[in-house]
Design a protein around this ligand. Structure first.
Ligand code: GLN
Length: 487
């Protein structure tokens, strides 16, 4: 059951082949067995899931209409509010914060009759590329427990990879969906900026943040996008577009399409990753793709631009965690200043503090022109370069990262961690839809992902190409082996 697609599970539930209670019990069983080794969850919703399943079974018996995700186990990154449960953001500062409401995406999934399996671990406030910055626990890569799952949506990727959930939600500000998807051998999709509501999602960098799904199969990403890819009145940056609808590859592209590759930007890709990327291009050619070179040379500055702008936005967004309104308040504080200082000192981890300092610096008078405003200009130039590139191609293809998952503690220097995002941040700077899709394994078995990007609002096209790619490859047949543990 756990290896079935979301679409298939729903079908079997709706047809009466399996009950929601059976589905829930199956996954609870699996979580009990695997979660102690993987550590993907911050909270497992055992009893609530069974209650939800019970209500859903009654709904089916009563012949009420059933939603698009009926009976499908879905996990949620702990950066999204889910009413009545803690939303910690992987931070001590929000340890005791209980959400009084559902994020829009969570509400939509609830209304689509999915079963919530639990809240998933992440790098503190979604800052990180490995999953190592959570204040609570270490999530491991289900392929090899000595490796990181990738971050920041570490738990969301690991839970789906280990088949403890069929779908999950993550967020992607600079690559936090695509990188862990690639490291864990599953699909991850960052929609166009504004395609999925940010209402109820704790803000990291508001002009980059985007909610998106994880699954083994593109068809499941399409299914959940139909549920969450909708305009939301409560998010001022929500696209006014009609609801997301999937398109078929043949319908959209017929028998030919153009795949842009920024070869110059990909110089320096290690040989083994390059060979896998070349093979992915040959699959795209088999689908009718013509590979053309595109100029995205400005992306060599994307890491610098991203880390200036995102830290600026983050330092502003995190100012609300001050020990006064919600979250931790230091018991050692006796003056107002101490409440601010000590609560933040005790509540935030090192990476979060580093970014608040950096962001405050680039926004400070005297430096704003030199850093923040300059980075804004380069961001616009990068957008323009993407626009020109897309005049010559339908999708841009790159690897998701230069290599696969790495060992815990391997990237001690923050800059080397930031460089993991070299291929992913471009899509966030330009607000583009971007998919990470399994494209093979390194010689030692670590999965590697292919990234496909399209112009803004072309979410359905990216997923259509991904689905066609999966139809002619069999990379997801292989499932995690829990090396260093027991399946
Ligand atoms: N790794 C990037 C960062 O640390 C991306 C984070 C994200 O997408 N949430 O900022």
């Amino acid at each position: 059951m756990h290896s079935l697609s979301a679409v298939e599970i729903r079908k079997r539930f709706v047809n009466g082949d399996v009950s929601a209670t059976e589905i829930a019990n199956h996954f609870i069983d699996r979580i009990q067995r695997l979660e102690p080794q993987v550590g993907a969850f911050l909270e497992v919703f055992e009893a609530p899931m069974l209650e939800q399943a019970d209500r859903l079974d009654a709904k089916r018996r009563g012949k009420e209409p059933l939603g698009l995700l009926a009976g499908v186990p879905v996990g949620v990154k702990d950066l999204l509010n889910l009413k009545g449960y803690a939303t910690t953001c992987g931070s001590k500062i929000l340890k005791n914060f209980v959400s009084p409401f559902d994020a829009t995406a969570v509400r939509q999934i609830r209304e689509a009759d999915a079963l919530f399996v639990g809240k998933l671990n992440l790098d503190e406030f979604a800052m990180g590329s490995s999953g190592e910055h959570s204040a609570y626990k270490v999530t491991k890569n289900p392929w090899d427990l000595s490796l990181v799952p990738g971050g920041s949506s570490a738990g969301s990727a690991a839970a789906v990879a280990a088949e403890m959930a069929v779908l999950s939600l993550g967020t992607d500000t600079g690559g936090s969906i695509r990188l862990p998807a690639s490291f864990c051998g599953i699909c991850g999709f960052k929609p166009t900026y504004g395609r999925v509501s940010r209402f109820g999602v704790v803000a990291l960098a508001s002009s980059f943040d985007q909610v998106g799904p994880f699954a083994y199969r593109c068809e499941d990403l399409e299914a959940i996008m139909q549920v969450i890819g909708k305009h939301c009145k409560r998010d001022s940056t929500s696209l006014p577009d009609p609801d997301f609808t999937s398109v078929s590859f043949a319908e959209r592209f017929g028998t030919s399409f153009r795949v842009g590759v920024p070869w110059q930007f990909l110089e320096g890709l290690p040989n083994e990753s390059r060979a896998i990327f070349d093979r992915s291009l040959s699959h795209l050619k088999a689908l009718g793709g013509t590979v053309v070179e595109v100029d995205l040379s400005l992306l060599t500055s994307s890491i610098a631009v991203y880390y200036i702008l995102m830290t600026a936005e983050t330092s502003t967004n995190l100012a609300r965690f001050d020990g006064i309104r919600y979250g931790l308040r230091s018991s050692k504080a006796s003056t107002l200043d101490e409440v601010y200082d000590l609560s933040r000192e005790e509540g935030f981890g090192d990476e979060v503090k580093r970014r608040i300092l950096l962001g405050t610096f680039v926004l400070s008078s005297g430096y704003q022109e030199a850093y923040y405003k300059k980075a804004q200009k380069v961001r616009q130039l990068i957008m323009n370069q993407f626009e020109t590139a897309f005049q010559g191609c339908d999708v841009v293809a790159t690897p998701v990262s230069t290599g696969g998952a790495f060992a815990f503690g391997a990237k001690k220097d923050p800059l080397s961690m930031y460089l993991e995002d070299i291929y992913t941040v471009g899509a966030n700077l330009a607000g583009l839809p971007a998919l990470s899709i399994p494209s093979g394994h390194l010689a030692d078995g670590r999965p590697i992902g292919l990234q496909l990007m399209a112009p803004q609002r072309h979410d359905a096209e990216v997923l259509a190409v991904g689905r066609a790619f999966q139809a002619i490859t069999n990379y997801i047949q292989e499932r995690p082996t829990m090396k260093g543990g027991a399946l």
